[in-house]
Design a protein around this ligand. Sequence first.
Ligand SMILES: Cc1ncc(C[n+]2csc(CCOP(=O)(O)OP(=O)(O)O)c2C)c(N)n1
Length: 794
Amino acid sequence: MKESPMKTETLTAELLGKIDAYWRAANYLSVGQIYLLDNPLLKRPLALADIKHMLLGHWGTTPGQNFIYAHLNRVIKKYDLDMIYVSGPGHGGPAVVANTYLEGAYSETYPDISQDEQGLRKLFLQFSFPGGIPSHASPECPGSIHEGGELGYSLSHSFGAAFDNPDLIAACVVGDGEAETGPLATAWHSNKFLDPATDGAVLPILHLNGYKIANPTILARITREELEQLLRGYGWTPYFVEGHEPALMHEAMAATLDIAVEQIKKIQQDARLHGALMRQRWPMIVLNSPKGWTGPKTVDGRQVEGTFRSHQVPLSDPASHPEHLKLLEDWLKSYRPDELFDVQGRLKPELAELAPKGERRMGANPHANGGILLRDLRMPDFREYGVEVPSPGAPGIGDTHVLGRFLRDVAKLNAEKRNFRVFGPDETLSNGLGALFEATNRQWDAATEPNDEFLAPAGQVMEMLSEHQCEGWLEGYLLTGRHGLFNCYEAFIHIVDSMFNQHAKWLKVTSHLPWRRKISSLNYLLASHVWRQDHNGFTHQDPGFLDHVVNKKAEIVRVYLPPDANCLLSVMDHCLRSRHYVNVVIAGKHPAPQWLTMDAAVKHCTEGVGVWQWASNGQGEAPDLVMTCCGDVPTLEALAAVSILREHLPELKIRVVNVVDLMRLQPRTEHPHGLRDKDFDELFTKDKPVIFAFHGYPWLIHRLIYRRANHENIHVRGYKEEGTITTAFDMTVLNDLDRFHLAMDAIDRLPQTGEKGLSLKQKLKDKLFEHRQYIRRHGEDMPEIRNWTWGHPK
Ligand SMILES: Cc1ncc(C[n+]2csc(CCOP(=O)(O)OP(=O)(O)O)c2C)c(N)n1
């Protein structure tokens, strides 16, 4: 490895020595966390009894991150920076724990982990230990907004944090292995979406330590020129800090960080004071240092430092290798702990003073506990955006188009506070939210051409054709105390399944950490859903995100399927006000009938599920059949089926139940929204047939209700993976969710309908035949389908 050419003597010999000592202290604490049960200050010779039985953790990335952290502390103090630390390879948890402990933030958060020998013992013991803390930059670690367990999202989270935070710098350590992931590879482009005037900055530090778990990294095995060109091609100005000689590396890192910070300040000043609009090349750092730096050089005759072998625990079994115990002791002592800590185990004051003070400490920065900064949105009254519904079935313009006007005004009302953004991969218009552009623009800091629309250097809509970036940016935005919404095609939200997982896990863990304040919910609006992919066909038809979401902890996930625009408004108003959930809302964008007046919609959405009396008959009597619907298209088909049944079999008593809040179906013991059994039985009866028309895969409903008394009688229709480019109604036919199938399903379960029922069934079969013939001839649905409206005989 070549040494960095940067030798500008930024540091005095004294400061260099102190920073090196601080780094050694962090390294010592990191090794201590991985190995030590006891004897934290090595006051007696290290014995096997001092070593943990299970050695867990990741050493390889840790010394590099400790090095970066120590140097960031210096520039925070020098320039009075408001900075957070995002650890891409968050498996280097010992580094963030060690550093937040050294700066005092850890002990403030967890007073029992005190700044003395006893505290050190506990700090070491708790790491990766039952009842203790995880081995990553986990939610338990103050200063973290990014656990980094699942690699790939550090840069997106950092940008999300920087948007609308003009004074913040997110220092983001990107693992060179992490950089091979899809999300990280696209995240470099985020610099085209950063407005130097109104946003903060992101300082990526590519941690080029050469290896992953068991392999070299790609970026370490291309030429330096290629790497530089790649990063320049992404629009960055890379500065290389390379080597392994600590004194030289300290100088090089300090000099480089000064340059980077000064460049960031210059770019911001040019934009803020002089109105410079040209996209700037932001600085970034490539830290090329050995993996497992300062750890054992060789173990059992094999090189460890500077290889993949240092990734986890370099000396993995001191119990059966007595010589490893000695190596470990030498390793710990190589940091000269007696120069770093006093006899009580407290970091020496001349080193402690290197850390920033108060909220400037990265472990105490309020942006990293965003709930502290979170303020309520200013909300317009959603009722004022409601549509008139003179009678059920009144025509609508497309539910998301109605919602768009409401979101436009949410954006407007919060524009000055700069705490609300809408994210989506190029689909805000296509999802029917075009009204937003009456109030704001898409933020775009790359070049523009005369025919472009709604692009501006600053705006509240963020669109990049990367679901990963939209998700990661939004998560970063929420984690730092702001509000937002992700609008996406339903099928392609699956692209971020795993990111959703990680965020839901974060929310679950943080909701049980009293010092972590609640953040705003992650809201998904899945428009352009499975049933109306008229242009696109099978590839775009997939409602499975719901199945995925309901796996997560009930206290975190909420799923709403508003049947019309007024319900959508009511649901979205609730979601935007809520905290610490993941809300999934599914809504249509095509013209569709409207069912409820605003007053009725508010009531219905508050209850989450209810009988639609106006569509039911036989009030006051036990029903023969419960027709249930959940989702806009299933609601339309279910009501059409009810009108067929009521016309031809008027003696049947049909109860119509609509479900907006999916989780009402689960038992109360499983989900806080779950209906009590008694209430469920009242709605769905204990013994009557229930036909359930559902938006998603039918088995999801069975999963939610399998413990309910009437489960045996609940027959669910939904999407069963039949699709193509065809008419809207034919999509329901292909999946047996159409009105004719639903009515036939009912007859099959109602033997009392006798001959009348059988003859209706034959008619319905004929209708389906007629439908197939008609669409193949005309390329559109039959007029009786297209023009059907609700208007039922009393
Ligand atoms: C998405 C994902 N895939 C795989 C892993 C398993 N994994 C953990 S660490 C690691 C190597 C990481 O290498 P790098 O980002 O360079 O970090 P460092 O070398 O600094 O530890 C891998 C593959 C993971 N955590 N996340």
